[in-house]
Design a protein around this ligand. Structure first.
Ligand SMILES: [Zn+2]
Length: 274
């Protein structure tokens, strides 16, 4: 037990996830790039802000376009406030409405359960965090960058590694791709808005990023909620006092590295760690 660390799916020591906001037309091009490189993302949507018609000015997609884009993709849809408000400035009951109405409409639209969020405008408070918790939201992304790869601990105040405009993006990418982490696993968490690639005329940034970091055997590509659920499952393992017997009571297979040896503890199974 002296040296025991979580590993991601299939025993991998690194995971990558992306988080892109607002449900904009440029997500079509972004998803095309991500899918080519096997990268998965979470898209944070305001159900109250869809464009009225295809020809509407502005970046927002119609509800129909958003449905067909995200529904038939490997990516996750999460909430972003019903009308993209500054949640921290609202009366608590109005913040509840913004969260629960976005959740209700997106769940109805996609026929799924939604448990993730990105803070619209990036603003939050302790009271907003409590609202999210009471509304059944499990993680909420902030606009804080750590420029690091540590596994998050406060999931309702979730920081990112960086925004795609961060001047250190490619240094961080090289460090992540080339690094051999034998202890704690690493998570690279990138966020942004895809319309920024049009505004800044820099689609090459996300293309280069995807080329460097995508389609690699040693990285697990997952949505935000897949990573949250995986870590929850790992943290739910039962272990004997000496750590040698490990039981997985969850529905997710998990991996651990113990003294340099990788073990898979399958859903419902007990494994003896030697
Ligand atoms: Zn936004």
């Amino acid at each position: 037990m002296s040296s025991r660390f979580m590993r991601f799916k299939d025993g991998k020591a690194k995971a990558l996830t992306l988080s892109y906001d607002d449900g904009v037309k440029q997500d079509i091009r972004l998803i095309d790039i991500l899918d080519k490189h096997g990268i998965k993302a979470t898209f944070n949507i305001n159900a109250g802000c869809f464009a009225n018609e295809e020809t509407s000015k502005g970046n927002r997609m119609t509800k129909e376009r958003a449905y067909s884009l995200y529904k038939n993709s490997p990516h996750e849809v999460a909430i972003h406030g019903y009308t993209h408000p500054f949640l921290d400035t609202l009366a608590t009951n109005n913040a509840v409405y913004e969260i629960i109405e976005d959740r209700r409409q997106l769940e109805e639209m996609f026929g799924t359960i939604i448990r993730g969020c990105a803070y619209p405008q990036g603003t939050f408070s302790d009271s907003v965090v409590e609202v999210l918790r009471l509304c059944g939201i499990k993680y909420a992304r902030t606009t804080i960058s750590t420029e690091g790869f540590n596994i998050p601990t406060d999931w309702l105040r979730l920081p990112a590694t960086c925004h795609h405009k961060n001047p250190h993006l490619f240094e961080l990418t090289d460090k992540f791709v080339e690094g051999q982490n034998i202890r704690n696993p690493w998570l690279f968490y990138l966020w942004g808005h895809s319309y920024e690639f049009d505004n800044d005329d820099n689609w090459d940034v996300i293309e280069r990023f995807a080329e460097k970091i995508g389609n690699r055997d040693d990285i697990w590509y997952a949505t935000n909620i897949e990573i949250f659920d995986y870590i929850e499952a790992y943290n739910s393992l039962h272990t004997s006092a000496d750590g040698k017997i490990v039981y997985n009571p969850t529905l997710i297979d998990v991996w651990m590295c113990n003294n340099g040896k990788t073990y898979c503890i399958k859903s419902g199974e007990t494994v003896i760690i030697d």
